[in-house]
Structures are given as C-alpha cells and as structure tokens.
Design a protein around this ligand. Sequence first.
Ligand code: NAG
Ligand code: NAG
Ligand code: NAG
Ligand code: NAG
Ligand code: NAG
Ligand code: NAG
Length: 506
Amino acid sequence: MKFLSMSVLLLVVFGCAFGLTDMSFRLVSTTDPLVLDERLMSQSTPGEELFRRHMTIDELYSHTTASEACITKVRVWLLQNGASDIRLGALGDNMFFAVDDAQIDSVFPRLVSSETVRIGKKSVGFPSSLEDCVRFAFVHPKSRMLRREKKPMEDSTDGSGFPGMNQNPDTIRARYSVPSEPIATGTSFSQGVAEFEGEQFYQSDVDTFDSNFSIPNNTIKVSGPNSGGYFGEGIMDLQYIQSIANGATTWWIAGNKFDFTLWTERVLAIKPLPLVLSISWGSGESGFDNSSMATDTEDFRKLGLLGATVLAASGDQGTGSTGFFTCGTFDPNWPASSPFITAVGATYSNATDANETAWNGSGGGFSSYFEAPIYQRKAIAKYTSTATMPPAQYFTAGGRGTPDVSALGTNFEVFCQGWGTETGTSAATPTFAAVISRIVAKRLSEGKPSLGFINPSLYHLGAVGFDVTVGNNQNSACPAGFSAAPGWDAVSGLGTPDYAFLDSHL
Ligand SMILES: *[C@@H]1O[C@H](CO)[C@@H](O)[C@H](O)[C@H]1NC(C)=O
Ligand SMILES: *[C@@H]1O[C@H](CO)[C@@H](O)[C@H](O)[C@H]1NC(C)=O
Ligand SMILES: *[C@@H]1O[C@H](CO)[C@@H](O)[C@H](O)[C@H]1NC(C)=O
Ligand SMILES: *[C@@H]1O[C@H](CO)[C@@H](O)[C@H](O)[C@H]1NC(C)=O
Ligand SMILES: *[C@@H]1O[C@H](CO)[C@@H](O)[C@H](O)[C@H]1NC(C)=O
Ligand SMILES: *[C@@H]1O[C@H](CO)[C@@H](O)[C@H](O)[C@H]1NC(C)=O
C-alpha cells in the first residue's frame, strides 16, 4: 500500500509566550497534600487495605477545599486588585479569575514569590493576612506554545522513513492479543484524549477510518474547542483509542492552553468521570517552571484519587537535550515525568510476530525535577547497576524514571482528510490507554472498581506483556542515550502490553 505519509513529531517548545485571561491561585487545602500522596499510594499499591478504594468526588472535595474564611478573603483581595469572574474550581483548592487582556503584558513573566504576585500588569504585594490561605501563589500566565512539527515523508517500506512496518487496529490487536469485540457495554465507562492549542478533528475522518477497519460506530463527545484548524495529533489519538477500545464513549477534552489545571477542571465536569485519559502532548521539562509542574502534578494526583488512569507520551526526542545544537543535559518530557502519570514510550516492529525494538525517538530518562517515586526505585536500581549508562553528567541520578511502559508507535495508518502514517509516542499512548480502557470497562461490568493510578501495580508485577530488550534512545545532539534492557529500562519502560496478561494480573 502506498501511503501519503506524515509524521507528527510532537511538541517542540520555542518559548513563545502570550497574554492570557485565565489565571488561577492554589488555596491552602484543609488536608495536607502529603496526606493525599500517601492516600493515593495506599489506593494504588497491591496489598494495601485501601487498594482501589477510590474516593468519591465529595470525599476528595472535603480534603482539597479551602476554608470558607480563606475563600472569602482571597476573593475580596482579588476583586480589589482588578480580577473579575472569580470562581472556585470543582475541588475547592483552585480559584480561577480573569484579567482584562489589555492589562496583560505581551511577555508575561510568572511571578511566584512569597511576597509578590502579579495580577494582570500589576505586581501586587501579598498581604500577610493571606499567607495562611494561599499555599501557592500560582498564577498561570506563561503559556508554552508547544508546536507540532509535521514532516512530509516517504513510504515507510522503502527504508527512508521511520523504522518498522505500518500499524493499524488489526496489527495492534494481533500483536497485543486485544479482543476485537466491543468493550463491555451497559457500564458508565468512558475514556478521553487531551488536546490543546487549536487541535481539531472531523467526525467524518473517524467514520472513514472506522469503516475501513470494520469498527462498529463509536460515540465521540466533545468538551472544549474543536475548531482551531490544526489536524493530525487529535485525529490519531481518537482513531486509535476508539478502535482498540471500540464501543467505549470517547471524550475529546480540549483546552486552548497547555494548562492542566484548566484541563483537569474540564475533566472533572464530565459526569461520570472518564476513567482512562490519554495525553499525547508534552515537551522537555526545562521549558516549564517548577511551580507549574508541581501544580499540574497535584491535579494528576486528584484524578488518580478518583480512580482515573492518566497516561502521557514520553516524548519523541529520545533522551531530549537542553540547548539547540549541543547536548547540554538530557531533558525528559513533561508531563510524562510527573510521578502520578503513566508514561508511554514507543517501539517498532518489522513483523507482527517479531520482537519489538525500542524506537530511538522514544522519550526516556530521569527527571531533573521529580525524585524517583518509591514504586519504581528497585526497578531503576537494577537497571542503573546492570545496563551501560550514558555519561553521568547528562542526567539526574535519582530522578523519576520514564517511560513506565511502551507500545508500538511508528507508521500508524491514519485517515486525516486522506490516508497517511504518523509516528511517535503520541501513537503509542492512546494504544496503551485503550488496552487499559478495555480492562477497566470489563471490571466495571463485573462490579469491580476501576484501576486508577496503575504505576505501583505495574512495577509490582514487573512486566506488562512483552519485554523490550533492544534499542537505544540516543538523541542526535547527544553522545549517548539509554539502552533497552531486560526488565525496566529508560527507553521502553517495563515493555509493551499483552492484553490477556494485564487483564488477568492487574
Ligand atoms: C480503505 O477502504 C478503501 C475502500 O474499500 C480501500 O480502497 C483502502 O485500501 C482502504 N484503506 C485501508 C488503509 O485499509
Ligand atoms: C454508523 O453510522 C452511520 C451514520 O449514522 C450509519 O449509516 C451506519 O449504518 C452505522 N454503522 C453501524 C455499524 O452501526
Ligand atoms: C527491521 O528492518 C530494517 C529494514 O530492513 C532493518 O534495518 C532492521 O534491522 C530491522 N529491525 C529488526 C529489529 O529486525
Ligand atoms: C524475542 O524475545 C524473547 C523474549 O524476550 C527472547 O526469548 C527471544 O530470543 C527473542 N527473539 C529474538 C529473535 O531476538
Ligand atoms: C526547580 O527544581 C529543581 C530540582 O528540584 C531545582 O534544582 C531548581 O532550583 C528549581 N528551580 C526553581 C526556580 O525553583
Ligand atoms: C533517530 O535516528 C535517526 C536516523 O536513524 C535520526 O535521524 C534521528 O534524529 C534519531 N532520533 C533522535 C531523537 O535523535
């Protein structure tokens, strides 16, 4: 088959910033966030008393919301300083407000200090009366333009494009032993894909794709914009998640800005909550500041506490690299590097029954910001003590390791106003997510709870199906990358999914 091919190489940060109207403050919650960390671990760790006893939204609210007194004080103070449209987020610890565009600098520096915040153009001193109320003076002004690069490219079979055979729902099902019948229906299960910055899809493209692969009609529901005129990422996410987990309701959950606080609010507004969420967006950690990664991580934690599984693409730049043409240090991908995310890398294969090889673009390494969570420390220790590591100056030993898992990710057949192929961890992520969706939907139909945050279970199992032991993710700017190895490694994680294995072991 001859395909007009393009690749969606995700998300390159060029540091563009522009004025925004929506901002948020993080309020002091009634429960210490560290208590919620512990609670999520006990909900997610096999053998714990609270294992998979997910919180209801009301229960979570009782922990996350701020006191009435604080909510009132902060609201009054914001109003006095030019903010409008003030509202409390669904879980009571975010206060959203708007500032007139005209008041916003074109380059809007994030200003987070204990003394000053910025509201619109104004730098505003923090009254001491609010110190106990605003835990984190988080304003979300600096948006990152995450640009997707689309490259026309040759047919993958002539060796000049991305490695590996073409993939489609049939080849993926065959490889991962995924059933073809629709997921268990009659449950409240739904799944979602995250989209940002003008991404758009046409329902007719999904319909064409589905009819080609004999996928019975699926339901796609839209929350957020679907009109920005950028095509490619979202259509692939939808085509793969809803064809492999066919029969599920799939939500397109979109935001204009790459802001997970706003995005999480949108997810929480969907009733019942989508229980598997696939994020094929991201960029090197160095492009984000600590405060936004810390805040977004709290939002991922909330979704885990409510029983949702959140997966994110580990990036398409291999180890990543700070610096444009030289290797400063490796630069792992955010939000995949969040400890409450299941990070998905990419592999390729030359034949359905051949072993998979880690793709050299598969994002992986060790976070410069997040420490390795307990659930993966043993796996990391084994890897770093047995595999050949790149020179130590390039990565942060002791950082959170990514990816957690991987899936096929090269040469995915996509119908986007014409047939083409797309490559990247953004293909692997909805694929892995869909396998999880099938398991969650089945569990719900049997009256069991959803899986929720799965990383502790995955590392406890130590395997997900197929171990990927060959390949390396050296970035072309860097002298070395991470090698695949038996067990967990920093290019393919624990490996690629076998539905039957995960269904019976998770
Ligand atoms: C899709 O279906 C059309 C019409 O049956 C066929 O010509 C085409 O080869 C199919 N494409 C794929 C990728 O299956
Ligand atoms: C899918 O939907 C289309 C348009 O509504 C309809 O023509 C078609 O028969 C449906 N197919 C199936 C398998 O339900
Ligand atoms: C896959 O095929 C390509 C092209 O023939 C070859 O270079 C590569 O070594 C093969 N990879 C594996 C893992 O067999
Ligand atoms: C494929 O992987 C399996 C399991 O890791 C291994 O036993 C086998 O030798 C591999 N086959 C090839 C051809 O590398
Ligand atoms: C962000 O976190 C890293 C790692 O903890 C630290 O080295 C760095 O100084 C922090 N940066 C800021 C601006 O706080
Ligand atoms: C992967 O290898 C290809 C050449 O085989 C190279 O063009 C590409 O830049 C590499 N990927 C990365 C992330 O460096």
